[in-house]
Ligand binder design. Structure first.
Ligand SMILES: Nc1ncnc2c1ncn2[C@@H]1O[C@H](COP(=O)(O)OP(=O)(O)OP(=O)(O)O)[C@@H](O)[C@H]1O
Ligand SMILES: [Mg+2]
Length: 204
């Protein structure tokens, strides 16, 4: 089978980089060295479980929820973790990065395109044997359809013990109110829940 990525790399004459291919411009340079010491420690403790031999980490608790106010650095930290995972695990286990509000658009488009929805995007996220990073959960429009889709993704990843990293502006009560007790309770079991505090870095 032709490995198109390798072929493309040969053409471009440089390795394709996970951050370059997946992250929005602003976060492409994020890496663990740039995190404040406490966050770095947390990130490293989380990352310890992932090795090339166990690319899904510790199956019982391989999730991470970063929550907190706007501008506290949640996306930046998730980006730094994603970069490290990509480097550590190699291309076949590169994490999947999705901004939730862009994902919501894709899910809506999928439904709009056909009468018998194929749900390809949703199924890919549910089944993928890679770390899934959902950036900005709660940024999707408040619609039953989207909440249901996201609930399905989270519950299935929980059932299959697949790793999930979430960043969100929502407080814990808001997560519960929006996605329901089933999601809330599962997140606690499957993930370390970390609140990022501090000033809005965009304003300081
Ligand atoms: N450790 C860091 N070093 C350098 N810049 C950082 C760091 N953490 C965050 N930033 C920068 O601060 C700004 C805000 O961070 P970020 O976007 O990650 O916040 P957020 O918590 O995701 O906010 P929101 O909830 O609004 O999405 C960004 O420009 C980001 O690049
Ligand atoms: Mg963010």
């Amino acid at each position: 089978m032709i490995d198109w990525e390798s072929e493309l790399e040969k053409l471009l004459n440089r390795p394709l980089d996970w951050a370059e291919r997946n992250l929005p411009e602003r976060y492409r340079h994020a890496n663990l060295d740039m995190l404040p010491p406490e966050r770095r420690k947390l990130a490293e403790a989380y990352l310890e479980q992932f090795t090339p031999e166990s690319p899904l980490g510790n199956r019982q608790k391989n999730g991470l929820v970063l929550y907190g106010d706007a501008g506290t650095g949640k996306t930046f930290m998730a980006a730094a973790i994603g970069r490290e995972l990509a480097a550590r695990l190699g291309r076949h286990h590169w994490p999947i990065w999705r901004e939730v509000h862009q994902l919501a658009q894709r899910l809506r488009d999928e439904i709009a395109r056909t009468d018998s929805p194929s749900r390809r995007e949703r199924d890919a996220l549910i089944d993928s044997n890679r770390v899934l990073i959902l950036d900005d959960l709660g940024a999707e429009r408040d619609s039953d359809f989207l909440v249901e889709q996201l609930e399905a993704v989270i519950v299935r990843r929980y059932d299959d013990c697949l790793p999930l990293i979430v960043t969100t502006n929502l407080g814990l009560d808001e997560i519960k109110a929006r996605y329901g007790g089933r999601v809330y309770s599962r997140l606690f079991e499957m993930a370390s829940i970390v609140r990022l505090t501090g000033p809005d870095r965009r304003m300081s």
